[in-house]
Design a protein around this ligand. Sequence first.
Ligand code: PLP
Length: 211
Amino acid sequence: MAGADPYTMPLTEANHWLPDLEAIPDGVADRARLMWLNYPNNPTAATADREFLVRAVDFCRRHDIVLCHDAPYSEIAFDGYRPVTLFEIPGAKEIGLEFHSLSKTYNMTGWRIGWVCGRADLVNMIGRLKTNIDSGIFQAVQWAAIEAMSGGEDETRAACTVYARRHRLVAETLNSLGWSIKPPRATFYVWAAVPKGYDSLGFAGHVLDEV
Ligand SMILES: Cc1ncc(COP(=O)(O)O)c(C=O)c1O
């Protein structure tokens, strides 16, 4: 993007699928302009607790980095868990942008509608960029989005009940075959290691051919 060099922050099980901010070299942090985070996460289903987000905000403030939080799963959560949003964190408003999509919350995947909120000059910059890239979402979709967002949370909560049931079913089935999976607190993903002797492509091929 814009000739930038991306720096990948590995997500590992040992670190609960959160980036290890301490492992980012100072030279990288000082040159960085944008950091992307996504929690609840696709595809690991990991969630970020307040303590991690506080550290991420602090890191970005110290290094003058714009923190972009891609949060389309913020409403897809179960058993009373509510994901922490970026702007609950003190100081986030000075460096942050949070993105949301109607794709998951309102089953409007592919309708290409969402929003960004955060620091006014950054949002304004995105508006200027967008104006030069496209010309707005088909108006019927905009009306549908208004209707969806005016309708309260009942539909989303009902969908989450279905996802939670399916999560449990997938986890119980895989666990009965030897996995050890805890149904996630958010997202509609199940992140399961492939059995020993397989890589993910090989295992997907095996399941397609044999099951
Ligand atoms: C983390 C993440 N960000 C963004 C999106 C895309 O949302 P949209 O359908 O609005 O393009 C997805 C959808 O899969 C996602 O998982």
